[in-house]
Design a protein around this ligand. Structure first.
Ligand code: GLU
Length: 326
């Protein structure tokens, strides 16, 4: 199992005894592995330091680098599974990006921690142990990119961070976890659940030498003006995901701007700031040419749109990518 470390709180060091003031992304991958000697009874591990950052600084360029590393690790038979340690703030985004471009069946498991490494009750070692056990488990093969936090196993396409500080910080609000880990053993609730949705992955080789199209997110709320939306369009964004209210609705000003943007070739995806239910169709105020996000959150819809725009510029084709999600 190769542990690819990217930083985050799991590699963080507390400056205060209670651990509430700390600096993320301090420990190297070797120190992370040394903290969990129990791993050696489960798998033979190697560490690879990809970067060491707090995940609010994560960037699409690092996603592409990570995907290339995963692809080359899996190109031989040297590596049975990969664990990625990551800050929890954007873990769901990196995991989802990788899920969209990783065509290998062998397990890739993301994990992190909510408490820094030297705080009382640090959750990093237990999460890392679980992630390695899962990455080494044949039951995790073919399930797409997984996230393990606090003994629960989630699918990258469904999981989201739902708490800012508690170790129970991740959920799949609509679908629930795929399973759980006890004593280093994974139990999947439904063995067939967890197949990746996207039929054909985007080619990482084709993405390696280019920047992804720029896609931004605008939130709607009572009285939202179109200032941000219009500014993004003026500055050349190629797509805007609207984190709408309710079933993907947005204010009148944003609606007018969205109509104009679509007419001018900017892609608009209706998503929702609500945690459950997704956006399945243009229920209210429909107009031709906008795309609906289905079950993807705004931050995940943005990533799928960035990748979809590398494949097509037809709204109907873009919608077909989203339609592969429930
Ligand atoms: N903001 C930091 C990050 O995402 C710390 C949060 C965490 O890892 O839990 O890397």
């Amino acid at each position: 199992i190769v542990i690819v470390a990217t930083g985050g709180t799991i590699a963080g060091i507390a400056d205060s005894p209670a651990g509430n003031v700390y600096t993320p992304a301090q420990l190297t991958v070797e120190s992370l592995i040394r903290q969990v000697p129990q791993i050696s009874g489960k798998a033979s591990v190697e560490g690879l330091q990809l970067c060491n950052i707090a995940s609010q600084y994560m960037m699409p360029r690092i996603w592409i680098h990570l995907a290339g590393v995963v692809d080359s690790l899996f190109s031989g038979d040297h590596c049975d599974g990969i664990v990625v340690t990551h800050g929890t703030d954007t873990m769901e985004e990196t995991a989802f990006f990788l899920d969209l471009v990783n065509a290998h069946e062998r397990p890739v498991v993301f994990t992190g921690s909510m408490r820094p490494s030297n705080s009382p009750g640090a959750d990093g070692p237990a999460n890392l142990f679980n992630a390695v056990c899962l990455a080494a488990d044949p039951a995790a093969v073919g399930k797409g990119v997984l996230v393990v936090m606090n003994d629960y196993i989630f699918s990258a396409s469904e999981v989201t961070k739902t708490h800012t500080v508690n170790p129970q910080a991740f959920e799949s609000p609509d679908q629930g976890p795929l399973g759980t880990i006890r004593g280093g053993n994974a139990f999947f609730y439904h063995p067939r659940h967890g197949r990746p949705f996207l039929e054909k992955k985007f080619s990482i080789a084709e993405l390696a030498n280019r920047d992804l199209p720029r896609v931004d997110i605008v939130m709607s709320y009572a009285g939202a003006t179109s200032l941000l939306f219009d500014t993004l369009v003026k500055n050349g964004t190629e797509g805007i995901v609207i984190a709408g209210v309710g079933h993907g609705n947005y204010s009148e000003q944003i609606e007018n701007s969205a109509k104009n943007a679509v007419r001018n070739g900017v892609f608009v995806v209706r998503a929702t700031r609500v945690l459950q239910g997704g956006v399945s169709s243009d229920v209210e105020n429909p107009f031709k040419g906008q795309v609906v996000s289905r079950s993807l959150s705004p931050q995940k819809a943005r990533i799928l749109l960035m990748l979809a725009l590398t494949a097509s510029r037809e709204p109907a084709d873009i919608q077909r990518f989203f339609d592969q999600y429930p």
